[in-house]
Write a protein that binds this ligand. Sequence first.
Ligand SMILES: CCC(=O)SCCNC(=O)CCNC(=O)[C@H](O)C(C)(C)COP(=O)(O)OP(=O)(O)OC[C@H]1O[C@@H](n2cnc3c(N)ncnc32)[C@H](O)[C@@H]1OP(=O)(O)O
Length: 638
Amino acid sequence: MNPKIKNDTTEVEHMSYNAEFRRSIDQRDDFWRDQAQNIDWIEPPKTIWQAKDNGHGEWFPDGVLNTSDVALDANIRAGRGDQTALIYDSPVTDTRQKFTYNELRDEVASFAGALRDRGIEKGDRVIIYMPMIPQAAIAMLACARLGAIHSVVFGGFAAHELAVRIEDAKPKALLTASCGIEITKVIEYKPLVDKAIEQSSHKPEFCVVYQRPQAKADMQDGRDFDWNTVSAAASPADPVPVKANDPLYVLYTSGTTGKPKGVVRDNGGHAVALKYSMELVYDAKPGDVFWAASDVGWVVGHSYIIYAPLFTGCTTILYEGKPVRTPDAGAFWRAVEEHKVNMLFTAPTAFRAVRKEDPEADHLAKYDVSSLKRIFLAGERLDPPTYEWLKEHTGLPVLDHWWQTETGWAICCNPVGIEMMATKPGSATVPSPGFNVQVVDMGGRQVPAGEQGQIAVKLPLPPGCLMTVWGDDERFLNSYLRPIEGFYSSGDGGFIDDDGYVFVMGRTDDVINVAGHRLSTGEMEEVVASHPAIAECCVVGAHDDMKGQIPVGLVLIKDGATIDQDELEEELVEMVREKIGAIACFRRAIVVERLPKTRSGKILRRVIRQIADGEQYNVPSTIDDPAILEEISEKFGR
Ligand SMILES: CCC(=O)SCCNC(=O)CCNC(=O)[C@H](O)C(C)(C)COP(=O)(O)OP(=O)(O)OC[C@H]1O[C@@H](n2cnc3c(N)ncnc32)[C@H](O)[C@@H]1OP(=O)(O)O
């Protein structure tokens, strides 16, 4: 690896990035011991890394800390008690609310007391199914304060998805709100919670419901408690000491099958890595206003709305709105001006929506966004037109970075905290220190620069990455460590160029990315296949200018089934919406006579995807009957 900066006239070696990166790999323990000194431990770790016999291992295994203490109390001890910790900005309810570090700590301690009074203790799981309101942050931090393991479920998921997660995580409690607000639509959460609990064989002992004025939730006597009542009656809870490798949270992410994978994150490695990432990736300092415009239901929300900005003593923003239509395409710029945001982080799809509605960036000109230093993008591929548009209109550095729910922080970034490197459109720049990224073939052999392969990280992974899959170590090994021996297999493909820049080209499995949401086509196929008229089906991700990808279903109707094709499509769309949620954006099901398969019966999804996108394709030599490809092309109107 030898990254170099290139600009119009010079070519400069990046010695300090190189030095930092090399030290993180060659003197791993010393490197992370130094980083560990930047957080408040109850008992600092003596051991930095302890290998397990599966190639994975544990960070700081004998360290003791409390994550809510690092996020809140440590800032108060450092004299930041009166600084704003969290700003709630809700254009959909026309509300702004600010919490200082003192106020947020008090709210968290009281709510933790209420949970403790109902029996929640270290190691218990608590599901949080909430919209973007301060209580979501308070709930997460309250769990962390007690050493309980939170599992946040994105509010856009349907009851069935919530039920699957309840079944797997077996929570003692479920925390929710009466409703969420999608622009002008009020989405009642409580009926979804009731339905999910009914569907799951595991029943949480109790629920706590935050009642919002837009909808009043019906409460079940003895099981459901009102948030404000229990919080007001509780005495504040102190942070409970936990071991660094005790789990902080489980966050479910889509895999190739219908069952999501519960990514388990530790307490110690997470705090150390996220604190480091705020310097390295975002160059954020205490007092900076940091805005990750995402949702607490995703890893971006966990890492960069809640934990990392608070670990660093920043002011974080919790935004209950959209980039457009709340009320217009100036929504982000309005919030930047109002809160003097210094760093803005969102998914490219958000700016594609802004650009579509405001191509000349007229809204931007109405606001003073001079506080903004940099814009960060992640969650899906940053398409060059969006990158160019943002750069041209804002004049700011626009920095792509690549990471995953599994890693919790950037695998590749432009390390602005060390030195700003030249950007290359389409590249997430270089590996973050700690991530020994290589592009390899399935045998783990490195491929030459510029050649595409599997993007893998040589073990061990740095702190902050997943410990395992909740309750399923075998699945963890099969999904991540066994596919390429000695490496973490990312599931993404791409290449590294001669300058050491990493280009991520997309998934190598059946996971798709719809508006920055990682979704499983396998899961959608399970739903579609459960329709009584369907004999066989296949769902692929087709290119979409706005959302990056959208799912498209190809379906075969059972012999003898009589159903109108439009009616069938409507029913399938409704089924996916009902089972997975509106965010799946499944809107198209095409009836076909047969599916293209290999002679051994494997559906040729890659070719279907290429046909859907209007790309050139090669007829695979293993295809059973090449004529099927013509039929499929006709269906797509190609
Ligand atoms: C680096 C590691 C990672 O990748 S972490 C993941 C990072 N990803 C993100 O942060 C997600 C970025 N995307 C977004 O924020 C949104 O998609 C943006 C760009 C704001 C667009 O939002 P929207 O216009 O609602 O489109 P959408 O495709 O998200 O939604 C489709 C339908 O789902 C609904 N929906 C969405 N969120 C919720 C929610 N919390 N509760 C209930 N419903 C929700 C939307 O209303 C929409 O419904 P409908 O189809 O219009 O009826």
